[in-house]
Design a protein around this ligand. Structure first.
Ligand code: HEC
Length: 558
């Protein structure tokens, strides 16, 4: 029953994805915030204010209908193209820099998929296929293997690696580009605290991969590490600060020096190619305990994509999910984003797509880490109150931190903002200021409304609502399908979410499975993300229940 078939090093711990935003004690707002509503001038220039902005967006074009009021579907401010997937992506998701392709693991193993048609090509390995430039793709685990992308997309039956590097262990690798001369590009690859440089020479047709320099191991205690595109910085979750930080890499002294603290924990950060923007998924809504970090998205988590602009010190929200998750954002070289989106229907289905987003003019808030005075003025407070109210109306009793609430309000269409305030503020403000215990935990100060803000009048809130119409940004939908049934029983659930790594579990031998039962239950309910399964993730309550019932039944049958 040992998972000896698993070749994951422990560095895989916490490798994955997501977690809640930590309760944030302070709003961060504005150098340029004033008591009047600055958002028209500041964030909405260049918008095409038209009358066609009332259509619901990507959140309602998916399967099912969550039965929420229309005001719960803000118009996305980015221009989106949604392509329905052909195979269900499970672990890690990367985009090629220029090539119109993405790569990920799936229940069918690793694939490269066409970003705009969803067509897939298989390549060896069960997880973490990561492009190194547009011509080579890496697949981890002793040894790290390097394949020709051309071989894969020409569907070669059994593509052989161009190169293998037994020194380079670890997975969830990420890649920076150090230099480019003619046909030769030098890359820096990192995985599990290991760093090594490689050259790819494309002059001879088939890419030639060589290893240059020696392996360096450092910064290994960071979770969710991702290297910047120029190979000189690393982002990661720092458990000492419980926030995501950016580190300068000092190879001579094997040191990682923190240079930027995002002030909140986030999912894996992707750097833009110029290094100025950081994209990440964050769960703005889950309960309030920090132990719920690093979760694989479950229905209703409403993971959203955010982008932080380092020069302008501004945070913007790309997606506005109500019954969906968006995660694993990747920058392409043209500064567009690609990410995975899952819409959850009421009908026991999930609809999965690759989304390409052009960010255009997404509204943003000034955002600086550790700013205690920011965001305290009435305009920002009013926005935060609107956002918290909107969360209360539109999600299943979930919570938003001050920052996220402010962003949500700023992203609402004017009329949806007005409807939210007029229909619900007087009715809900007192209740929102109460600490409340929900299925997701007790609302603490960060998630509930600050009691002082519950005294804000309806007119103050209305005055803070965005004035300019949203630009119309209904997604372009490519293909159909992308629909997968949610797992119907524990066997199906474990085959999708566990057996990627635990390949030879005796699933068709109930007696043997029962022996695993106690450890499995301990692991799936473990509050410690280092212990909890699935590795790097978390099952939702329904899924845990399904597995619990399965083992209870098994034990009664024995
Ligand atoms: C991404 C890979 C991955 C996935 C997915 C995954 N596991 Fe694991 N699992 C591991 C690794 C690696 C270990 C060994 C390290 C450890 O014990 O923490 C492990 C260990 C375990 C153990 C302890 C085994 C023993 O004999 O002590 C249990 C039980 C377990 N996993 C259950 C699950 C369940 C249930 C799921 C699905 C809900 C799951 N795992 C999904 C990687 C994974």
């Amino acid at each position: 029953m040992r998972p000896n078939n698993i070749r994951f090093p422990l560095a895989l711990l916490l490798c994955c994805l997501f977690f809640q935003l930590a309760p944030s004690p302070n709003a961060r707002g504005g150098d340029d915030s004033t008591a009047t509503n600055p958002n028209d001038a500041q964030t909405q220039t260049g918008r095409t204010g038209t009358a066609e902005n009332t259509q619901a967006t990507s959140t309602t074009t998916g399967i099912g209908d969550s039965g929420k009021p229309e005001l719960c579907y803000p118009t996305d401010s980015a221009t989106l193209t949604k392509t329905f997937v052909k195979v269900y992506p499970n672990y890690f998701f990367r985009a090629f820099p220029v090539r119109n392709m993405v790569s990920h693991g799936s229940s069918d193993g690793n694939v490269i998929a066409d970003q705009s048609t969803g067509d897939v090509h298989k390549l060896p390995g069960p997880y973490d296929p990561v492009p190194m430039g547009d011509d080579v793709i890496t697949v981890p685990n002793s040894p790290m293997k390097f394949y020709s992308v051309k071989d894969v997309i020409e569907d070669k039956a059994d593509p052989q690696p161009l190169f293998e590097d037994p020194d380079m262990t670890g997975n969830y690798q990420s890649v920076g580009i150090l230099s480019h001369h003619g046909n030769v590009t030098r890359y820096r690859l990192t995985a599990g605290g290991n760093f090594k440089d490689y050259e790819v020479d494309t002059s001879g047709g088939k890419p030639k991969v060589t290893s240059v320099g020696t392996l360096t191991n450092m910064c290994g205690d960071l979770s969710l590490p991702m290297i910047s595109k120029d190979g000189t910085e690393l982002s990661g979750y720092d458990s000492t600060t419980q926030t995501t930080r950016i580190f300068k890499l000092d190879f001579a002294n094997k040191k990682c020096t923190p240079i930027l603290d995002l002030g909140m924990p986030t999912g894996k950060v992707d750097f833009s190619y110029d290094g100025n923007k950081l994209a990440f998924a964050a769960e703005s809504t889950r309960g309030t305990t920090r132990t719920a970090f690093f979760t694989i998205p479950a229905a209703n988590d409403n993971l959203n994509i955010y982008v932080y602009d380092r020069d302008r010190k501004k945070l913007s929200q790309v997606t506005h999910n109500v019954n969906s998750n968006s995660y694993y954002p990747n920058f392409k070289k043209d500064d567009s984003l690609v990410y995975i989106n899952i819409d959850y229907g009421g009908s026991g289905q999930e609809q999965v797509s690759y989304v390409s987003a052009n960010l255009d003019n997404t509204p943003s808030i000034p955002y600086e880490a550790n700013c205690t005075e920011c965001g305290q003025d009435q305009y920002n407070k009013a926005l935060q109150a609107i956002g918290k109210l909107w969360y209360s109306v539109c999600t299943a009793g979930q919570l938003a931190t001050d920052d996220i609430a402010q962003l949500v309000a700023l992203n609402l269409d004017p009329e949806k903002c007005v409807d939210t305030v007029k229909n619900y503020w007087n009715q809900q403000k007192a209740q929102l200021a109460q600490p409340v215990t929900t299925a997701l935990g007790t609302r603490d100060a960060a998630g509930r409304l600050n009691p002082a803000d519950a005294t804000l009048t309806e007119n103050k809130l209305l005055a803070a609502c965005p004035q300019a119409p949203r630009r119309q940004a209904n997604p372009t939908i490519v293909g159909d399908g992308g629909v997968f049934a949610k797992p119907k029983n524990a066997e199906e659930l474990m085959s999708r979410k566990c057996e990627v790594c635990h390949h030879d579990w005796p699933t068709n031998n109930p007696k043997e499975m029962l022996k695993l039962g106690v450890t499995i239950l301990q692991r799936i309910e473990n509050p410690d993300p280092n212990q909890r399964m699935p590795r790097g993730g978390q099952l939702n309550t329904d899924e845990i229940k399904m597995i619990r019932i399965y083992f209870e039944k098994l034990s009664q049958q024995q």
